[in-house]
Ligand binder design. Structure first.
Ligand SMILES: [Fe+2]
Length: 222
């Protein structure tokens, strides 16, 4: 006996996991992030440019680049869950406030895990503040236990944090950023990745960090 359609259990609609869906879903979240925190909104676009370039220097297959771009753009999406009075506090944070800020990788990973098109980036977003020496957070992963994409995000995030101008200071010059990467390799960042990057640092310096990330990826993979 056939079951009438209106008596069937609710069927979940499965969507294809294409980058197009990921880009569209990421844009919705990024719109919220930009409205909530414009400074972070600009930062994540530059980090996406850097992460794609670093991934290409590392030899990551081109077909993985779109999800790296999406993950990098969303790496700080967990900041949507951090209260304004802490996220935008103009003075120094105390220890309990830092503990709240440090929840953002897991908040971001948990959020992405609920969205099918973005779920492949959940683990790397959750791990973007881990350090090669195991002194990062949230899980104190070390070395190659940290997913490669998260190691790439960590370097890209740090390069932008050092190089971008802030309201209260000028960004570091490329030569200082380069020296910092050399001294932090093997402690904060993956040493093999830093070696490769320092050997092709001309490609990082040549990036137009204001460019739309997808345009950049197309140009470098031509
Ligand atoms: Fe972060």
């Amino acid at each position: 006996m056939s079951v009438p359609d209106d008596l069937r259990p609710h069927r979940k609609v499965e969507r294809p996991q294409t980058p197009d869906h990921a880009y569209a879903d990421a844009d919705v979240l990024l719109g919220q992030l930009r409205a909530h925190d414009p400074v972070t909104g600009e930062h994540v676009s530059r980090v996406a440019c850097l992460a794609m370039e670093i991934a290409l220097i590392q030899g990551v297959p081109v077909e993985r680049i779109p999800m790296i771009e999406v993950g990098a753009r969303l790496h700080d999406i967990g900041k949507l869950g951090i209260p304004d009075e802490i996220l935008k506090k103009p003075s120094a944070l105390d220890a309990s406030e830092w503990a709240v800020i440090r929840r953002h990788p897991l908040l971001g990973g948990d959020l992405l895990a609920t969205i099918p098109s973005l779920a492949p980036a959940a683990e790397t977003v959750a791990a973007h503040h881990e350090r090669w020496d195991g002194a990062g957070y949230p899980h104190q992963l070390a070395g190659t236990d940290i997913p490669l994409d998260a190691r790439i995000f960590a370097v890209a995030d740090s390069i932008d944090a050092m190089h971008a101008d802030r309201p209260y200071r000028r960004g570091m010059s490329w030569s200082v950023v380069r020296a910092e990467l050399g001294s932090g390799a093997g402690a904060q960042w993956d040493p093999a990745l830093c070696d490769l990057l320092l050997g092709r640092f001309d490609r990082i310096m040549a990036l137009d960090l204001g460019c739309p990330p997808s345009h950049r990826a197309l140009r470098v993979t031509e």
